[in-house]
Each structure stands twice: as structure tokens, then as C-alpha cells.
Design a protein around this ligand. Structure first.
Ligand code: NAD
Length: 299
């Protein structure tokens, strides 16, 4: 399969294995803690993926759950405790949070050096300087898929559809850092097809099935489909299936190379979360005795 995310994720894991060996030898096992507030069926699949990914990469993974009615101060205190714990090398705050909590504001409480999802202003700011250390995982995954296609990125016409902080904008910055001529389209773009038709590289991160149809692209375009949409399954009445934002079969028939959904960006995003956790662990101070006060006695 072309632009196979599972294969790329496995390759990344193999590339980082010697580094994990080194960290383990030094007694510095990377440890990722995901903080969840309440429960949310929408994030369960991502959490399962995180757990499986961490196991495969030999990273310790802990999910801490606070009650769904936890206050902003309680969530902040939990994040600060994790920031202060020397054995925790990576932290992520599982979004969405219950509606009474400001997710984006609380993410800012994560120490930038442990911010393995790359969501703090410090890490997003580093992207402007062309450094992709702890960058957002899905953005890194999109670039890794483009690079795996062996298409030239320098000088290419790159079009990003979607301008969120977590995907579209960081993808655009990562493309600029690789010298692509980069434009960003979004919901107020007047004639989307005019832009997508000029793309050599197209990254679509919107959340609308069939947004990109064959008439909107040229043959040969490399397409990374970030979208995740749950739609009725036409083959099994009453059931649903997951599709991306592009008409996969139509674009492939037109001669484009397209990352599949599922099996494209998703597995590579998890791999990038692990890559970031290893990067953060590499920079963490050497181990010392930790006072053993349970942070989350009930979880
Ligand atoms: P978002 O809702 O924050 O942003 C959507 C973007 O799409 C906005 O920039 C908006 O301007 C743009 N948009 C909306 N309608 C448009 C239109 N008609 N034409 C052009 N642009 C339009 O979403 P997000 O968090 O960036 O996620 C985008 C998609 O990617 C979602 O489907 C999400 O589930 C998926 N996603 C996948 C992964 C993964 O690991 N595979 C990770 C994150 C997000």
C-alpha cells in the first residue's frame, strides 16, 4: 500500500530502538503520563493507541483520571505535580475536557520540556524558528508521510487545507522549514479548488468527508489525508465506518498518491508521540531518588 502509515510507524520505532536501549541502560526509562478528566468515548481509541504504542516502544505509559467534575485548579495542580515529578518525562492532557474546563488554557500549564504533544507556545514558537523538536504529533506525522513518498519538498507547491493550531498551522510551518512554497486554505478560502489544483503536495486536515474530489487535483499530487470522519457504512446497514476528507478511490484513479484512512496519518501520529517522549526523556535530568508520594493514589 502506498503511503502506508502502519509500515512507516514500524520503521520509526526501529530507528529509535537503539536510543531506547541507551536510555534503559542508563536507568532513564521514558515515562509518558496522560491525564484524563472524566471519561469520553471519543478519546478511547486514541488512548488505546497510546497504550499499545508505548508498550511497543518500551515506554512506560500511565493514564491518570480525575473525576469529571474536577475544578480547573485541581487539573492545574495535577499537571504541576506531574511537571515536578522527575520520573515523568512526558505529559499529555487528553482533550476534549468536560465543557466547564478550558482545555487550551490548561494545556499551557504543561512544562514545555515535557509537552510531548507540542501544544505549548514555547514548542509551537520553536517551529517559527524552523526547529521541529517537540512539534505537534499529527503535523510531524503528515510531514513524515510526505517525506516517505520521496517526493521533493524543497520548492514544491504545497497546499494545506485547514488552519488549526494543532494540525494545519504547524504543518505549514514544517513545510516552510523544508523550503516548500506553502499556502494555507481554510473555511473562508474563496475558491479552494483553484489552490488544490496547483498543489504538488496536499495536506488536508478539515473533518469533512469528500471535501477533496478528483476534479480538484492534478494527477501525481501527493495527498496526506488527516481527516477522521465517522460515516454510515453503505455496505453494512446500521453500521458506521471511518473515512478521511478526500475521495480516496477517486483521487487514486486520477493518478494521485494518497495516504489511506484508516492506516495513514493515525499510526504515524502515535509513533510521533513516542518519538517526542523519547526526545523529552533524552533531555530530562539524570535519575535521582524520587520521594515516593503517590500523585494519584486512586488511579
Ligand atoms: P479543527 O476543527 O480545529 O479545524 C478545521 C479546519 O478546517 C479549520 O482550519 C477550518 O477553517 C477548516 N475548514 C472547515 N471547513 C472548511 C472548508 N469547507 N474548506 C476548507 N477548510 C475548511 O480540526 P483539526 O483539529 O485541525 O482536525 C482536522 C481533522 O483532522 C479532523 O477530522 C480531525 O478528527 C482530524 N485529526 C486527525 C488526527 C490523526 O491523528 N489522524 C489528529 C488530529 C486531527
Amino acid at each position: 500500500m502506498d503511503l502506508d502509515g502502519a509500515a512507516l510507524a514500524q520503521q520509526l520505532r526501529a530507528e529509535f530502538a537503539p536510543e531506547v536501549d541507551g536510555l534503559l541502560r542508563e536507568g532513564r526509562r521514558p515515562r509518558l503520563v496522560a491525564l484524563q478528566v472524566g471519561t469520553n468515548p471519543a478519546t478511547e481509541a486514541y488512548i488505546r493507541g497510546q497504550r499499545r504504542g508505548a508498550e511497543a516502544w518500551r515506554i512506560q505509559y500511565d493514564l491518570h483520571t480525575l473525576p469529571g467534575d474536577a475544578s480547573e485548579a485541581e487539573v492545574r495542580a495535577a499537571l504541576e505535580a506531574l511537571n515536578a515529578s522527575p520520573s515523568v518525562t512526558g505529559i499529555l492532557l487528553q482533550l476534549p475536557l468536560p465543557p466547564h474546563l478550558p482545555g487550551r488554557v490548561l494545556q499551557l500549564a504543561i512544562a514545555p520540556e515535557k509537552d510531548v504533544e507540542g501544544v505549548t507556545p514555547t514548542n509551537l514558537g520553536a517551529l517559527v524558528h524552523g526547529r521541529d523538536g517537540l512539534a505537534p504529533c499529527t503535523a510531524l506525522a503528515s510531514i513524515a508521510l510526505l517525506e516517505s513518498s520521496h517526493a521533493a519538498i524543497r520548492g514544491a507547491e504545497a497546499v494545506v487545507v485547514g488552519h488549526s493550531e494543532i494540525v494545519g498551522k504547524p504543518v505549514a510551518l514544517l513545510l516552510l522549514a523544508r523550503d516548500a512554497t506553502t499556502r494555507v486554505c481554510h473555511k473562508f478560502t474563496k475558491d479552494l479548488a483553484r489552490h488544490t489544483r496547483e498543489a504538488d503536495l496536499l495536506v488536508v486536515a478539515v473533518g469533512r468527508p469528500n471535501l477533496i474530489t478528483p476534479d480538484m487535483v492534478r494527477p501525481g499530487t501527493i495527498v496526506v489525508d488527516v481527516g477522521i470522519n465517522v460515516v454510515p457504512n453503505p455496505e453494512v446497514p446500521g453500521k458506521t465506518r471511518v473515512v478521511g476528507d478526500v475521495d480516496y478511490a477517486g483521487l487514486v484513479a486520477k493518478g494521485c498518491r494518497v495516504s489511506p484512512v484508516p492506516g495513514g496519518v493515525g499510526p504515524v501520529t502515535v509513533a510521533m508521540l513516542m518519538r517526542n517522549t523519547i526526545l523529552a526523556a533524552r533531555k530530562s535530568p539524570p535519575p535521582r531518588e524520587e520521594i515516593s508520594v503517590p500523585l494519584f493514589p486512586d488511579s
